[in-house]
Design a binder for this molecule. Structure first.
Ligand SMILES: [Fe+2]
Length: 278
């Protein structure tokens, strides 16, 4: 499928579900089966319950059917886009409870390699968490916050919140750390690395701390932030006045990616061996 398909002003395009080949569906099912086998005991209960509720194990889901289920659960929909979309368009979709998902799927020889988020990352990774009412509200709040961050010129800071929660977040539970981030649950390698590897730091979530911490887009993360609960994440996000925070951040340096701060709640002081070797 071409990525320069004509799109509407909000960048949405028809998913063209009928256009997927048998090989496209087989790629989905291969990835699905691999991750579904890996995630029990690793992904959080909210994610696993969402995955079961969506029933998306057999081939690339039709967004129309997916949206029907999601609308009934939390009022969200999935809309097709040709790939990454401009930030303001992305935030506007989230603020209106629409999740933009790439409609293309990686090639069979790219199962572990992604240049740009495809339908497997976007749907398998993100949509199960959108069945959780609290996380559903958090994503909408993030969309609204994104539009405001653009006005303040602090989007690079806010983008770190998305990265370290929606994409690469870990959740503390009585049974141990669990994954809720889409970038982790959709990746076989990182599903293991994020929880088991001694290399990365794992640090208790703090909004200020996260907004000051850069991230890497090219490899496994060097630091993961652990939230206490999804309601705590939502509460802190919606009850924080970001305007003074952004002013404060303008005068503070970034925290080096692998640093441990005195005030950090440290779950793992990582060796950083993996990052040093790659
Ligand atoms: Fe993503």
């Amino acid at each position: 499928m071409s990525i320069d398909t004509a799109h509407a002003p909000d960048w949405t395009i028809p998913q063209d579900w009928e256009g997927y080949t048998a090989a496209d569906h087989a790629t989905w099912t291969t990835l699905y089966e691999r991750q579904a086998a890996l995630l029990p005991g690793r992904a959080c209960n909210e994610y696993l319950a969402g995955l079961r509720a969506l029933d998306i194990s057999r081939g690339i889901p039709d967004f129309r059917l997916l949206s029907d289920k999601l609308l009934a659960l939390t009022g969200w929909q999935v809309v097709a886009v040709p790939g990454l979309v401009p930030e303001d368009i992305f935030f506007d979709h989230l603020a209106n409870r629409r999740f933009p998902a790439g409609n293309f799927i990686r090639r069979p020889d790219q199962l572990d390699y992604l240049e740009e988020p495809d339908v497997f990352h976007d749907v398998f990774g993100h949509v199960p968490m959108l069945t959780d009412p609290v996380f559903a509200d958090y994503m909408q709040a993030y969309g609204r916050g994104g539009l405001r961050a653009m006005q303040f010129g602090r989007l690079p800071n806010l983008a770190r919140l998305y990265w370290y929660t929606v994409e690469f977040g870990l959740l503390r539970t009585d049974a141990g750390l669990r994954i809720y981030g889409a970038g982790i649950v959709s990746s076989g390698g990182e599903s293991r690395f994020a929880l088991d590897d001694p290399s990365p730091n794992r640090i208790g979530f703090s909004l200020r701390r996260v907004l000051r911490t850069p991230y890497r887009i090219d490899d496994f993360q060097q630091v993961y932030f652990v939230i206490e609960s999804l309601p705590a994440l939502l509460d802190e996000t919606v009850n924080t006045d970001f305007a003074p925070l952004y002013e404060e951040l303008a005068n503070l340096p970034d925290i080096p990616i692998a640093a441990i701060e005195q005030t950090d709640h440290v779950y793992t002081h990582g060796t950083q061996h993996y990052a040093a070797a790659h």
